[in-house]
Design a protein around this ligand. Sequence first.
Ligand code: IMP
Length: 442
Amino acid sequence: MPAIVLVGAQWGDEGKGKATDLLGSSLDYVVKFNGGNNAGHTIVVGEGELAQKYALHLLPSGILTPTCTPVIGNGVVIDLAVLFEEIDGLEARGVDTSKLVVSASAHVITPYNRVLDKINERFLGSRRIGTTGRGIGPTYADKMSRTGIRIQDLFDENILRQKVEAALSFKNQVLAKIYNRRAVEVDEVVGELLSYVERLRPMVCDTSLLLKEALDRGETVLLEAGQATLLDVDFGTYPFVTSSNATAGGACTGSGIPPTRIDSVIAVLKAYSTRVGEGPFPTELLDEMGEFLRKTGAEYGTTTGRPRRCGWVDTVVGRYATRINGVTDVVVTKLDILTGLDTVPVCVAYDVDGVRHDEMPIGQSDVHHARPIYEELPGWWEDISGCRTFTQLPANAQRYVLRLEELIGARVSAIGVGPQRDAIIERHDMRPARSSTTPAPA
Ligand code: IMP
């Protein structure tokens, strides 16, 4: 009954696709359990001239694996226009998307929440979060304040209308009286949402039950986080975070799979650090080294195209991610980007106003004031993109990985050494053993 959770260890964009590729054909279900179309993953399928690039923002990566059932869990917020745009785009390229299933309890990003996301940010001015502007935050806010619209509401026009009316009775006051904007018409919103109903209907089910039955049959379920640990609404650099739980705990609440059925937690850690949007980033490099990492690592956002902020790897963050997620395996990505440096700095602790912190400080101000304490490791010059075993790596690259492993407290099971799908070194098998045993009693 293997259920595997896959999370990002830093601020997102760690390259989770590398880990999914390794698990590949052993996966029966890939579940997106949090976030919405604020995520972005580029997936390359095929080799050489036949290679096709897909940029997905909402659909789970499993959509491209014919044997796999992609699932959008209850913890996700769905922009239906984006959902069908991505489905149509894939179908036009010959990808069969008919296995996709969507939770009846997932929330819908409404047109007014998209508007409010952008206006809120403008209103915050210098205190803005730097959101992706996709309506994610306001939709989760509605979920928590119990004024959200769920997928299941679309199948009952009366209920839908009542809920949209209730939400707009307040939001239109805010839009018109505070932001001086045009009020949103109930009919407009209801009409837009209903236009998707017939296409949506066959995809919708109780995804928690579906996944429970799959696990009982011994099938493999991958729960893939959007965003990452330091963007988690509870454990990230609040308030500069996303609005959902992007850590391993969120995999349970966002899918309906209980903690007792999770077998392993894989964290993806980029060999250096990046972040988009605002918020503290202790190892950020504002000099030519940051530019070197951005250029060499092609660090520009998949969803918004924004240049990513870049810096050295931070093992205070890595250790924190191990602890919060209960990490069993780490996949280090983009090690090749660090090739050609005399020394590679690794942040091992922070200095906060003269006091050393080996663990993440508990106060937001302390994180803002944190100055990295670096250990300088010797660099390597050899091209490592062809290495396929750990011992083929130059000694100093091996040393870098082993030191990371020691500092973050979890075994490094795979290392990405280039952009191609197979440019990866596997040190430990992360593929779960398939169980053919009889299902656990209900
Ligand atoms: P939101 O998720 O659009 O509300 O944005 C909140 C914060 O999370 C902003 O700093 C975004 O840049 C960041 N963010 C959201 N999604 C991603 C992602 O997939 N990768 C990296 N950062 C993200």
